[in-house]
Design a binder for this molecule. Structure first.
Ligand code: CP
Length: 327
């Protein structure tokens, strides 16, 4: 079936076929190579993307802004607290108006129970592609950069043991969108994914069912454990990262008794020694240093976090090139 990328929404990778994701990766590699060689890539000349942020960002905002500049277009950064959204303007009206002015709408809205619905409502009314810059359930821009980074470092990922591991953190109650996107995507590339978390930090049941289905169709697997050592043992890649207990406790309170019980869930050198000798340490960032991970690990020889963050640029440019240009 022929794919029409132009105008295609990028809300979850689950709604992109494997072939479409492979094209997205191909374009990412091509843009990365051209950027390294200083070859201009003005594929989106005179096009505007709106970047609506309900929350803070370093990587997503800057990879999208510099990305569109390198593609010859322009980004309008929109802090939603300064938009009429703050006075209650609905997603429908915002989506229709911004569609009349520009060529894509990207949005970050991580409010639990709201974010993904908000993006879907915009996508229903927008006449331009809607790009998810992270919502309460999905962070496809992060997952695709993670996949690219693992491919670059390890090549064929079939049967690689990749562990998505909950870690203690106190900065803010983080969305589940990164682990959800990872456990859905990685089994599609044949990886053996271990999802490890302490009791109370479950991902939604429908995510697990979908991830298992993805694994079955593509030769990967998904295993769940509450034993972090099991997740580190012989792992080829580890993603130790905090997420909030949204499914079991929807309070926005950052610190609670449940969280405090699990301070031992930290990526330490001792844990890393259980893994394969050339294990990759990865993290979407920002990391809560000292809580999620020891400095000696994130700054150590197994860490590829800065390459991973750089790939946010190349993959973001590929998403914009295909959905705002493409065919
Ligand atoms: N990983 C990530 O999305 O980073 P930011 O929150 O800084 O955009």
């Amino acid at each position: 079936m022929q794919t029409i990328f132009r105008g295609k929404h990028f809300i979850t990778l689950q709604e992109w076929t494997k072939e479409e994701i492979d094209t997205l990766l191909d374009v990412s590699y091509d843009l990365k190579r051209k950027f390294a060689m200083g070859i201009p890539t003005p594929y989106l000349r005179d096009k505007t993307i709106f970047l609506m942020f309900f929350e803070q960002s370093t990587r997503t905002r800057n990879s999208m802004e510099t990305g569109i500049t390198q593609l010859g277009g322009h980004a309008n950064y929109l802090d939603t607290s300064t938009m009429q959204v703050a006075h209650g303007e609905v997603a429908k009206d915002t989506a229709i108006i911004l569609s009349r002015y520009g060529h894509a709408i990207a949005c970050r809205n991580c409010f639990w129970g709201i974010g993904n619905k908000y993006l879907r409502e915009m996508a229903k009314w927008a006449t331009v592609p809607v790009i998810n810059m992270q919502d309460d359930l999905y962070h496809p821009l992060q997952a695709i950069a993670d996949l690219m980074t693992m491919q670059e470092k390890r090549g064929d990922l079939r049967k690689a043991k990749v562990s998505v591991i909950w870690a203690y953190a106190t900065t803010h109650k983080k969305p589940i969108s990164v682990p959800v996107s990872q456990v859905l995507l990685f089994p599609r590339y044949g990886m053996d994914v271990t999802l490890a978390y302490p009791e109370g930090y479950d991902l939604p049941d429908w995510v697990i069912e979908q991830a298992k289905e993805n694994a079955e169709k593509n030769g990967g697997s998904l295993k769940i454990t509450h034993d972090q050592e099991e997740a580190y043992r012989d792992a080829d890649v580890v993603f130790p990262k905090n997420w909030g207990s949204w499914v079991t406790n929807q309070s926005t309170e950052v610190i609670d008794d449940l969280l405090q019980k699990y301070q031992g869930w930290k990526c330490t050198e001792k844990m890393m020694q259980l893994a394969s000798k050339d294990v990759l340490y990865m993290h979407a960032l920002p990391a809560d240093r000292g809580n999620e991970v020891e400095d000696s690990v994130i700054d150590g020889p197994h860490s590829v976090v800065y390459d991973e963050a750089e790939n946010r640029l190349h993959t973001a440019k590929a998403v914009m090139t295909l959905t705002m240009g493409g065919r």
